[in-house]
Write a protein that binds this ligand. Sequence first.
Ligand SMILES: [Zn+2]
Length: 235
Amino acid sequence: MTVPLFLGNTYLFECLAQVIAQEADEKGMYLVLDRTVFYPQGGGQPTDVGTIECNNRVSKVTNVRKDNGEIKHYLAEPCADYFKDMNCLCVLDKDRRILNARYHTAGHLFSTIVENLCPELVAIKAHCFPGEAYVEFHGENACDREALRSNMETAIASDLPISTFEMSGREFEQKFYKLPYPMPAHDQFRAVQISGYKPIPCGGTHLASTKEIVSCEIGKIKNKNGNLRISFTVI
Ligand SMILES: [Zn+2]
């Protein structure tokens, strides 16, 4: 079981770890570590990339995935060295981590603001890959672009704090609201909360403040099959 250090600190860009497995599958050769700073692609957020240095060899990591609870760090090229049980240094591509966190956090802020402006819209999906990001809502109400733009701008400028916490599904629903999807009643899960807005279960990497989003441009707003999709770009 890999300790997911990325859950505790978005700004931790390096860590020492031990290689607990080196295997290959259809995606290539991968390492499993006892702890990692690498975020595995999922939840609408792209993979972290970077390097793993082990036994004086630096390997590029181009893809990280979670598979059956295992976090697999795929190497750009297969290597003949065998790293199992060795210590290694993980180093993230810091710019990409921060860009991903800006997009991901902007997705949360969009959801929060749209749900506040138009309570009949409910956020159901976020895809926060740079260049193709959008948030999708259930409901066809056309959200006012100018109101959305000015609320986003104000929220970013207001430097709103963003925090994460863990609690059980039961505790969460007692304290906040009934989730629209089932959550284990007793298992702990992680939630993110922007200032005093309603918290949302999420395992992604978040900024510490809305100010770090810097600026966000709203793209297409379109209705499709009873859902409203709002595209955006972080600039
Ligand atoms: Zn999140």
